[in-house]
Design a protein around this ligand. Sequence first.
Ligand code: ADP
Ligand code: XUL
Length: 548
Amino acid sequence: MSDFFLGLDCSTQSLSAVLIDFNSRKIIYRNSVNYDKELPHYNTQNGIVILENERVIHSFPLMWVEALELLFEKIQNNVPIKEIKAISGSGQQHGTVYLNKKFEENLQKLNIDEPLIKQFNNSFTRRTSPIWMDSSTFKQCQEIRKALGGLESTVKITGSNTFERFSGPQIRKFFQENPKDYKKTSIIHLVSSFMASVLLGKNAPIDHGDGAGMNLMNIKIKEWDNNALEATAPNLKNKLPPLVNSYDIIGKISPFYVKKYNFNPETLLIAWSGDNPNSLIGVGLIEKGKAAISLGTSDTYFAYLKNLYLDIKGGGHVFGAPTGDYMSIICYKNGSLAREKIKEHFSLNWDDFSQILSKSPPGNYGKIMLPYFFPEIVPLVLKPKVYRFGFDENDLIGNVRAIIECQFLSMKLHSEWIDEKPKVIHATGGASANEEILQIAANIFNTNVKKFEITDSAALGAALRSAKSYYDSINNKKTWNEILKNFVNLQESSVIQADSKYRKLYDDMVKLYKKCEDFILRNSKNPEKCRKEFIKKYFFKPSRILKQ
Ligand code: ADP
Ligand code: XUL
């Protein structure tokens, strides 16, 4: 007997599926649709379009829908679709989709003889969706933060400071710049709830994991916060779907998919969530003492929280965890795409890149890069510019090593508020396939890093979440440990050991990195003297490194 569960992940660059058989504890099928390659008519680059300037970054909701149909066509011929008991999903966080009242009417009369995108064409009040990479709402962030009583109070109410990519500031910008279209909008979805609606055949709710990334949800009681709604845009409550627990069953799959792809009409749909909350489950973080790094288009560092614990200084966020608890997280826009900038500048492939990493010295002769190829979230940088200390853009080895070291130095520095030092870090996302990158992360955090065979932990997390909710619903309750057992362990392929001989070097380098950041962003003292001392300490007498 097989119990199949499907997890979908509508991420920045692709839509992926992971199908698990819970009884045999196996991942039995994976596939994905890459937007740039398989849907070239949208003209996206890395799944996105840059509009007026590098701060205005959108994507196409219709492209995600078209990708869903394409993915189901691929799945259809390879998977016993009828056996799937439940489906859940994951979406890139914060992105907003603006729809009129025709959306739900269209959802209810879907016709299998026409492509989905044709049937949704008249549903949008905004053809594109601002996504998490957008940094164009500085003004709206200030306005909302002020209305909520300043930084500390905003963090206490919503779990985060106002952030340019968060949905609330984005909605406010749309209301201010396109008031007529805002008025015509009857529902605003997140990427996750939008995709869930397309499967459900009616408007789907927003879960507490993704809802927390909007600056609109009260983080303590997990309900829409009236003050935040008022500070954002008029009549907003009537334009938002209700909030639900991430583990709630939201209905059954729409008859469209039953007829078109032969799904079982009893297939349950579980609330979709954000990619980071899904990954929390996909890499097995259901207890304290572990953290994860996700190296996808964005780089994130996150950990499970049993109780609410806020970053009052406002650099990080707290989201709802799929277990009903919380998670802490920091996020970088300069993740994979920044690494790719260096790779492409020197015409390398990932193997060349890894080779250079494995042959170059930890500490990189004190070369420090502030890698703001794109606007950055933490620290806040709205005008992208790359700063180099001690080298220039033509130094091949220096740049390859600096981009990786400095990404993790920044992560170590800015994750310090996440109180607890993890005993192990679980790695996921496309770049977690690269062991040399993970070795540097392990050394900088001085913590072992677990690498998984499946880098798409968001889709796996969604599949596991749907299994949990399904069994709970049929009175065959299972603990999260029972759900994760074997799945997360079975696919664990290796542990990268932190090399403690570099502990002191990297502790000093984090301090040096901070000085460089303070110099550029906060007008502090020039760090050159400290950089020279660092070089002298670790590179004038190379034997000292080995003795640390
Ligand atoms: P997302 O889910 O945000 O769409 P993924 O987690 O699929 O992104 O990661 C995609 C990224 O993974 C690519 O942009 C690419 O830069 C990176 N990547 C893939 N393979 C490697 C590798 N071997 N080394 C480093 N980065 C890699
Ligand atoms: C998290 C964030 C990104 C997106 C895209 O806050 O902005 O990680 O979820 O992956």
